[in-house]
Design a protein around this ligand. Structure first.
Ligand code: PLP
Length: 435
């Protein structure tokens, strides 16, 4: 980065500080990860200069022959990775991918049924401040408050709710749900009420690709994802279909009258429906990341992410912490801090002083506001990329606990911060941290 350093030292210094922050601290935010150098390099290439509206072979601009090649490669690798017929790799983010899904399946004002945001759902699943809640009628299912399914989705209740609200689409997927989903049961409910089934696997895509969580592809009409969380690619999104099918809305091709495939409707929803030109440098980077995810070592990584999360959950429980749903099946867990007399905000700040990065998070049936919350969400993908195993995650829980039992104690925070630094030094991240 020597040219940037010379040309714009101001920006360079900010980047340098962020690189140091990433290198020196414990990154426990469940939605973050560290991409490889090759994935990052592909993003910093002249492919950023190219306009390529349209699809490979069908562009609105000349000079697309090479970006066509890279998009084809990304598509082919994504299809292989998820065992699917079709993918669109152009969405700029998870939210844009989701917007295209709504555009293809729903009409403004239509009802859909998704996981309650306060129970782990995502903003794009119907928040009143998001397009999904503004343009469509959002209805929710939630998790159980107590009983044997506490913190988990009760499929009988999803069915009852679906029969009540008769949604046009049912969404699965979450930002803070530590359990796997029963896709088959969701599909049965969708079929019963005549709804389309959509899985937003933004968080778990890498774990699904590696086969360590169950596979939504055979059961869903459409699947969307981000590419930057457990999948460990660049910051972006994509949309997939397991087995392509004739669109159920009777839309036909203008000249031939042929019934269009659902994939064609989704392609049009991405462009020109929702986006303009694709980010070809990011698509190249996706191709690199999918190539990495196809390697056997990625399976080992994904397995380790889950093993680490389970080890962390066990250590937290042993230290008297309450976990929503009592544990985890995936890469994350939600700690309910009420029994410790702490809010999520206090915990996030106290841990932050020791360079342990987490995010405050509402727990189901929370009594605090979203700005305070009663919980924190933590995950293992990022530190597993750095090489942490169950042993290091045991140490992480011990370090967290020392801070959380005495959250106002600056001395404890300083000592823990030194230990965090020492632990991170043993697992180097990026070697381009300068100075
Ligand atoms: C389930 C889910 N869907 C969609 C998104 C949105 O992704 P992005 O931030 O790339 O728009 C997220 C991000 O947190 C998510 O957790």
């Amino acid at each position: 980065m020597s040219q940037l350093q010379q040309a714009d030292p101001q920006v360079f210094e900010i980047i340098e500080k962020e690189v140091h922050r990433q290198n020196d601290g414990l990154e426990l935010i469940a939605s973050e990860n560290f991409v490889s150098r090759p994935v990052m390099e592909a993003m910093g290439t002249p492919l950023t200069n190219k306009y390529a509206e349209g699809l490979p072979g069908k562009r609105y601009y000349g000079g697309c022959q090479f970006v066509d090649e890279v998009e084809e490669l990304a598509r082919e690798r994504a299809c292989r990775l998820f065992g699917c017929d079709w993918v669109n790799v152009q969405p700029h983010s998870g939210a844009s991918a989701n917007a295209a899904v709504y555009l293809a399946f729903m009409r403004p004002g239509d009802t859909f049924l998704g996981l309650d945001l306060a129970h782990g759902g995502h903003l794009t699943h119907g928040s009143p401040v998001n397009f999904s809640g503004l343009l469509y009628k959002a209805e929710y299912y939630g998790v159980e408050k107590d009983g044997p399914l506490a913190g988990r989705i009760d499929m009988d209740k999803v069915r009852t709710r679906a029969l009540q609200v008769r949604p046009r689409m049912i969404s699965i997927g979450a930002s803070a749900y530590a359990r796997d989903f029963d896709y088959k049961a969701f599909r049965e409910i969708a079929d019963e009420v005549g709804a389309y089934l959509w899985m937003d696997m933004a968080h778990t895509a890498g774990l699904i690709a590696a086969g360590v969580l169950s596979d939504p592809m055979p059961h869903c009409h459409v699947v969307s994802t981000t590419t930057h969380k457990t999948l460990r690619g660049p910051r972006a999104g994509m949309i997939l279909i397991g087995k392509d099918y004739d669109n159920p809305f009777g839309k036909v091709a203008a000249k031939s009258g042929r019934v269009k495939k659902m994939s064609e409707l989704l392609d049009s929803a991405v462009f020109p429906g929702y986006q303009g030109g694709p980010l070809m440098h990011v698509i190249a980077s996706k191709a690199v990341a999918f190539g990495e995810a196809l390697e056997p070592s990625f399976h080992d990584y994904a397995r380790q992410v889950v093993d680490n999360a389970k080890a962390m959950a066990a250590a937290l429980l042993a230290n008297g912490y309450d976990l929503v749903s009592g544990g985890t099946d995936n890469h994350l867990m939600l700690i309910d801090l009420r029994s410790k007399g702490l809010t999520g905000k206090q915990a996030e700040q106290a841990l932050g002083r020791a360079e342990i990065t987490v995010n405050k998070n509402m727990v189901p049936f929370d009594t605090q506001s979203p700005f305070v919350t009663s919980g924190i969400r933590i995950g293992t993908p990022a530190m597993t990329t750095r090489g942490f195993t169950e042993e290091e995650f045991g140490q992480v829980v011990e370090l967290m606990d020392r801070v959380l039992v005495d959250p106002g104690n600056e001395k404890v925070a300083a000592t823990v911060k030194d230990e965090v630094r020492a632990l991170c030094d043993r697992f180097p991240l990026y070697d381009f941290a300068v100075a």
